[in-house]
Design a protein around this ligand. Structure first.
Ligand code: ADP
Length: 268
């Protein structure tokens, strides 16, 4: 469709000629399509939990019958889960838009990554209680980076919580923070369900999910890896994903050696 690629005008040029002025609008059109897709996706994500909530509310409203306790219990649990899902989506959207809008440059502040990982470890332990994974942290306590603390926390915790969500009970998760070739590297490795090769390139797109129904059930917003990607771009880094179906996944990234800080033993 030529109108989507070119914007053009034809004008007389002297007596015998015509002048064609054309402008390539591919990028403008792409951005417009992306914006429309984004709005459609957000609306869809919000509509589904709202439909469930409204269904229950209408039922309770229309009908004065006494429902059995077990039914009420289930209804409220479901309503709570759906309202949490909306809250999580809105929080993730706000984080994403803040990160996208921020022109903040890094290199200003040293972030104590070991301390941050220890806080995330406690949160993960609470979440993990019901699933009983073997989750291990191997953290180099002397290793820090220059960066934006809130953004890095989001990136680390999204990867760790994804591993917990997508690894069945009794699976193993290893979280690592160590020095490789003078550069700080973070990785999360799990022996969970793994991801087929064809999905890997699209995984960091907003709302891209391998299994939509499953991801929603875990409360996932579909924005986690998009957030990770943006955070890493801000820190001149890139997410690497290695995965095999049935074997597990490894998500990792490295900071440049300019951003890597190794505390000497004297200051440690
Ligand atoms: P979500 O909120 O759906 O988890 P993400 O952007 O964080 O969104 O992840 C996108 C998709 O990538 C998930 O829906 C899931 O299909 C897949 N995924 C992410 N992490 C893992 C993992 N550790 N193992 C298997 N699949 C994963």
């Amino acid at each position: 469709n030529i109108e989507k690629i070119l914007e053009y005008r034809i004008m007389p040029y002297g007596d015998k000629h015509l002048l064609l002025v054309a402008r390539d609008v591919t990028r403008v059109t792409q951005l417009e399509e992306m914006r429309k897709d984004f709005v459609a996706n957000v609306s869809h994500e919000l509509r589904t939990p709202l439909t469930v909530l409204n269904g229950y509310l209408e039922m309770f409203n229309a009908d004065e019958a006494d429902y059995p306790k077990a039914f009420m219990h289930k209804a409220f649990a479901e309503m709570t889960a759906q309202s949490r899902r909306m809250q999580n989506l809105i929080e993730q959207l706000l984080i994403l838009s803040r990160i996208e809008a921020s022109a903040e440059r890094v290199y200003e502040k040293i972030v104590d990554v070991p301390q941050m990982l220890s806080a995330i470890d406690s949160e993960a332990a609470a979440l993990n209680r019901e699933k009983s994974h073997g989750i291990r942290f191997q953290v180099d306590k002397n290793l820090q980076v220059f960066g934006i603390e809130t953004e890095l926390r989001s990136a680390f915790s999204n990867l760790i919580f994804n591993a917990i969500h997508y690894t069945p009970a009794k699976g193993n998760i290893l979280v690592g923070w160590h020095l490789v070739d003078k550069r700080a590297e973070f990785f999360v490795q799990d022996d969970g369900e793994g991801i087929a090769e064809k999905h890997l390139a699209r995984l960091t797109e907003r709302f891209y999910r391998v299994d939509k129904a499953r991801s929603r059930k875990t409360g996932g917003s579909g924005l986690g890896l998009a957030i990770v990607k943006h955070v890493l771009t801000h820190h001149n880094s890139k997410l690497e994903i290695a995965s095999e179906v049935g074997k597990g996944s490894r998500f990792s990234f490295r900071f440049s050696n300019e951003l890597t800080v190794v505390k000497s033993d004297a200051t440690a």
